[in-house]
Design a protein around this ligand. Structure first.
Ligand SMILES: NC(=O)c1ccc[n+]([C@@H]2O[C@H](COP(=O)([O-])OP(=O)(O)OC[C@H]3O[C@@H](n4cnc5c(N)ncnc54)[C@H](OP(=O)(O)O)[C@@H]3O)[C@@H](O)[C@H]2O)c1
Length: 331
């Protein structure tokens, strides 16, 4: 299995199964099919509502003798409404309870900004005017120190960050005793994050690409849930360069997009509920893209303009002092 060796010596498989927006009826089939097809890395989060189903399938898989817990690399994340030192252990234990595991392999701070917690629903607290109740006193260094304690407590092997910008990553890195091992960010052909990748490489932080296919399918989700314009969403799979490379290499457009990243040492966590696509998405090692074709894909980068996940659907989030992104005109 192709893995990235992390700063603490753990090995993170290059390809993992993403599970955001996986429907309850599809998630168990997806995880089962992923394990059958050689996936050993599964990405979830407290707020994806997939942890229980993942835990159920892992338990079944181990009981059937097909593999052991130590063969797996399971990632979950501290939610943005639990983003404070006093809540880290509580939310990690809640996730472990749902996953039915005694530890995870990687625990990430999901987002650098934080909201107050609605304790009844364990979701972000929303004000009467629809804005999200910001917790502006959040101390990301203090939260990181609590993350470190969870490694010492044995509840997670590795800790890392998600959606942090370069300055925030550096700030955590400098204050950390246990350095962040992984940064998980949106990364695909239209948002290639070259500067952030260089910084991570210098700090020995592995990068995981979320939405590596450009999250097709999120367009209807966003337009129905948050009133976004469907045309704002890119369709990278149908980009003519990607299509022509798919034809040339006799691969799917999805495999071309994923290979572009893994060949540059980025781990990927494509989500699929479809067994055929699950199988294709990990079958990336029987071909190599030529230097010339890698350059063609590199040239598709739209930098910040290619970002899909600016989190502005959390109304008012941009007023949080740790909001990480530049706001693009027209978004
Ligand atoms: N840290 C964060 O803040 C954050 C944010 C977003 C996502 N994530 C993680 O990253 C994972 C992946 O991101 P994502 O789900 O946004 O997007 P993605 O993996 O780029 O795309 C998933 C979509 O692509 C379709 N698909 C999968 N394989 C395909 C293929 N080979 N050809 C064509 N279509 C294909 C899937 O549909 P089918 O299911 O029908 O195949 C699904 O609609 C998430 O599931 C989650 O685990 C993390």
């Amino acid at each position: 299995m192709n893995c990235l060796k992390l700063i603490n010596g753990c090995e993170m498989p290059m390809v993992g199964l993403g599970t955001w927006r996986a429907q309850p009826q599809e998630i168990e089939i997806a995880v089962e099919s992923a394990l059958e097809n050689g996936y050993r890395h599964i990405d979830t989060a407290f707020n994806y509502n997939t942890e229980e189903s993942i835990g159920k399938i892992i338990e079944k898989w181990i009981a059937s003798g097909k593999g052991k817990r130590e063969d797996l690399f399971i990632t979950t994340k501290l939610p943005n409404f639990g983003n404070r030192p006093t809540d880290v252990k509580r939310f990690l234990e809640l996730s472990l309870g749902k996953l039915n595991l005694s530890f995870v392999d990687l625990y990430l701070i999901h987002m650098p900004f934080s909201f107050q917690c609605n304790e009844t629903t364990l979701t972000p607290l929303v004000n009467e005017d629809g804005t999200f109740a910001l917790d502006i006193n959040n101390d990301i260094i203090g939260t990181w120190k609590e993350m470190e304690k969870q490694v010492e407590n044995g509840l997670t092997k590795t800790i890392g960050l998600s959606n942090f910008n370069a300055e925030q990553v550096q700030r955590i890195y400098e204050a950390a005793e246990i350095k962040p091992a992984v940064l998980q960010v949106e990364l695909h052909a239209y948002l290639q994050q070259k500067d952030l990748r260089r910084i991570c490489e210098n700090l020995n932080i592995a990068v995981t690409a979320y939405s590596p296919l450009g999250s097709p399918g999120a367009n209807t989700h966003f337009s129905m849930k948050y009133n976004y314009k469907i045309d704002d969403f890119p369709n990278i799979l149908e980009n003519p360069v990607v299509q022509s490379l798919a034809e040339k290499y006799e691969k799917t457009p999805g495999q071309i997009l994923l290979k572009h990243l893994v060949q540059e040492n980025i781990s990927v966590i494509p989500k699929s509920g479809n067994p055929e696509r699950i199988k294709a998405n990990i079958n990336l090692y029987d071909f190599e893209l030529s230097e010339e074709d890698l350059t063609k894909l590199d040239d598709l980068d739209k930098k910040e303009a290619g970002r899909i996940f600016n989190f502005l659907f959390f109304k008012g989030v941009e007023k949080h002092p740790e909001y990480p992104f530049e706001i693009q005109k027209g978004k």
